[in-house]
Design a protein around this ligand. Structure first.
Ligand SMILES: [Zn+2]
Length: 288
């Protein structure tokens, strides 16, 4: 897909699985299990799908999946599966080397979004994209430095402290136009200051919806993850973003949906619903 100066490519970094109940909060299992079958440990399959933007002299990677630093125990708990694709193989398939990435936009620092930011080099942890600037919201950084007892487990300092020590991290303060044609929407319910990049040329708009709508099943308003630190703020975030998405006909890009890369939403009697999938160019997504 091309929008303005940018070519957009989905980048599959591997599959993983999280507890289905945690993914759907208060929603009873019979309402979601058909679309998201559980395994013997009640986990559902999730994609960890990044977005690559090429154009205007930049190669921008939005999020980078779970990375390669998990212990065997974590690989088991989160059912991490990189047998079919991982971050670097998918980038290579798109003709992009790690050295060519100019910017890494981190929506937030949870391990399934920022895990690919660093790699092991001997005993050291170093930035995975040696020539890139990495950016995150300042208010989110403060949350990552001082997580609550509830969200501490979502932050793995090895994903981001090496970036800080290498001096490659830029802190952004609030919504803004980051690059021409790429602006940032801020939402505060899932975590503090999650930034959602919006790519627009005035006619077409794609919003990377990250953990505001992890899957297409999360479009209806009460479908809110148990992970969120402020669920009622998520509810308001969802209403605001969905209203704009319907009025301005945005395409939403899903980071975690195992089967749908992107699509559009509609207003319904009860609120909002997923309307239709939109083809999004080449993706090496695989059916589960
Ligand atoms: Zn998250």
């Amino acid at each position: 897909m091309k929008i303005g100066k940018y070519e957009l490519y989905p980048v599959e970094t591997g599959r993983f699985a999280l507890d289905g109940g945690a993914m759907f909060g208060i929603i009873p299992k019979p309402l979601w299990q058909k679309a998201h079958p559980t395994d013997d440990r009640n986990r559902i399959e999730l994609a960890a799908r990044s977005l690559l933007l090429k154009g205007d002299g930049r190669v921008i990677l939005v999020d980078n999946g779970n990375g390669s630093k998990f212990t065997d125990k974590q690989i088991d708990i989160y059912r991490l599966d990189t047998s079919r694709n991982d971050l670097f193989r998918s980038l290579r398939n798109l003709g992009v080397s790690p050295e060519e990435v100019t910017d890494v936009l981190l929506t937030h620092l949870h391990f399934d979004h920022a895990g690919g930011s660093t790699v092991r080099a001997g005993k050291e942890l170093v930035p995975a994209f040696p020539k890139a600037r990495y950016c995150v919201q300042k208010a989110h950084w403060d949350q990552a430095m001082h997580p609550t007892e509830k969200d501490r487990g979502s932050f793995m300092p090895d994903d981001f402290m090496p970036l800080f020590h290498a001096g490659v991290l830029d802190f952004i303060d609030g919504p803004c136009e980051l690059f021409p044609g790429i602006s940032l929407e801020l939402v505060n319910g899932h975590t503090a200051a999650q930034q959602l990049p919006k790519i627009s040329d005035g006619t077409q708009t794609v919003l990377f919806v990250c953990d505001l709508f992890p899957t297409t099943s999360h479009i209806p308003l009460p479908y809110i993850m148990a992970y969120d630190i402020r669920p009622l703020t998520t509810l308001e975030d969802k209403k605001r973003i969905l209203t704009s998405a319907v009025e301005e006909d945005w395409t939403l890009f899903f980071e975690h949906d195992p089967g749908t890369v992107a699509g559009k939403v509609a207003r319904t009697e009860k609120g909002f619903a997923f309307r239709e999938a939109i083809p999004f160019g080449h993706s090496n997504a695989h059916p589960s």
